[in-house]
Design a protein around this ligand. Structure first.
Ligand SMILES: NC(=O)c1ccc[n+]([C@@H]2O[C@H](COP(=O)([O-])OP(=O)(O)OC[C@H]3O[C@@H](n4cnc5c(N)ncnc54)[C@H](O)[C@@H]3O)[C@@H](O)[C@H]2O)c1
Length: 331
């Protein structure tokens, strides 16, 4: 049975991936500090294919014995300080986690002859589009406008261009769209989830930058993309980068609001002007579809429906609880 290391596996993206991997017959070792708790792991805790280590990826003394004592087929590296606001709040920790620990993991993967290395990057790398009417592709210029994206760009570059290429190693960077939808570790600080939650709770949704474009992708499709890469022929994915999402799923914030209002028609919206979040990008996702045959299974309206339901039916009792947010909620 092939063994996969998932760093950050208790998180929003990782907790779905762990289950997909085990379902597909992989043995999974999850390393996570449980920054947002470990509820997402409870029902797989006793699974025979699952092992958990509460270890910080920046603590190499604790991490290396795990890396060295397992015969891993792949490292899927998700652990990070996630998002622009979280990195802005804790820049040193972001530097340590998102850059230094990533470099270390990459080195260990090569040293331990791990075949595959999948890095969770982001479409935020594109920053503000040079041509506002156009679409960015994998080879478009990168223009990060935050520490979060700068560190992703820097590591991606090291991994794909600057480190010595080896025929036995296969690193891949996935530039994920903005994610939404239900996960075992829920997040209500992501645009679709947050907007839907506010309106489902009967609050007035305050919106700024409604004209800006962004691509969106369901969290379960992130997992599918990672699985696709792990199972793809080496030559298609080695030292390669893929945008993850679907070209038809680019929306302005206004379009997201309009989609939510179709499902919560009495929702109240207030528009404000704020000089913040200058990210504005529409992304082309042809490469992953044509080269790897990847197709999304869910769209934004479906994500809105599921988030509306878990909030309005009380499946999540208190969506304002801090554990659903990556920065202090209400800041
Ligand atoms: N959510 C998105 O829209 C999005 C988009 C693009 C890329 N990504 C990337 O996907 C990855 C996962 O994101 P997510 O939404 O699941 O975030 P998340 O915050 O829910 O999960 C991150 C996990 O990493 C763990 N972690 C953080 N620092 C750690 C450390 N030093 N050692 C061990 N574990 C640590 C946390 O405890 C958490 O469980 C990240 O790399 C993120 O940058 C996310």
């Amino acid at each position: 049975m092939k063994k996969v290391l998932v760093t950050g596996g208790a998180g929003y993206v990782g907790s779905i991936l762990l289950r997909e991997l085990m379902q597909a017959g992989y043995e999974v070792v999850c390393v996570d500090t449980l920054m947002f708790g470990g509820d997402s792991l409870i029902d797989i805790w006793h699974h025979p294919q699952f092992t958990f280590h509460k270890v910080d990826v920046t603590d190499f003394e604790a991490l290396d014995p795990i890396l060295d004592s397992n015969d891993f087929f792949a490292y899927v590296h998700l652990a990070a300080i996630v998002g622009d606001p979280a990195c802005k709040r804790q820049p040193e920790l972001a530097q340590k986690t998102n850059w230094e620990a990533s470099v270390h993991l990459l080195e260990k993967a090569r040293e331990n002859k791990v075949e595959r290395f999948v890095f969770a990057s982001t479409c935020s790398n594109y920053g503000k589009m040079a041509d506002p009417g156009g679409m960015v592709k994998e080879d478009s210029p990168l223009a990060p406008v935050s520490l979060y994206a700068e560190l992703k760009v820097k590591f991606e570059k090291l991994m794909l261009e600057e480190s010595e290429k080896s025929p036995d190693f296969c690193p891949t960077s996935l530039r994920f769209a903005t994610v939404y939808g239900l996960s075992h570790r829920m997040r209500f600080d992501l645009t679709v989830n947050e907007f839907t939650k506010e309106l489902a709770m009967g609050k007035t949704l305050v919106v700024f930058g409604e004209q800006f474009w962004r691509p969106y992708c369901h969290v379960s499709d992130f997992s599918q993309a990672i699985m696709t890469v792990l199972e793809a022929e080496r030559d298609k994915v080695a030292y390669n980068v893929f945008n993850v999402g679907d070209t038809a799923e680019n929306y302005t914030k206004q379009m997201i609001v309009d989609e939510i209002l179709k499902q919560i028609p009495d929702g109240k919206i207030e528009y404000v002007v704020k000089k913040e979040d200058p990210r504005d990008y529409r992304v082309d996702f042809t490469r992953i579809r044509e080269e790897l045959g990847f197709a999304i299974t869910k769209t934004v309206p479906e994500g809105i429906a599921e988030v509306r339901d878990i909030v309005s039916l009380g499946v999540v009792q208190d969506p304002e609880e801090q554990r659903y947010y990556n920065i202090p909620h209400g800041e």
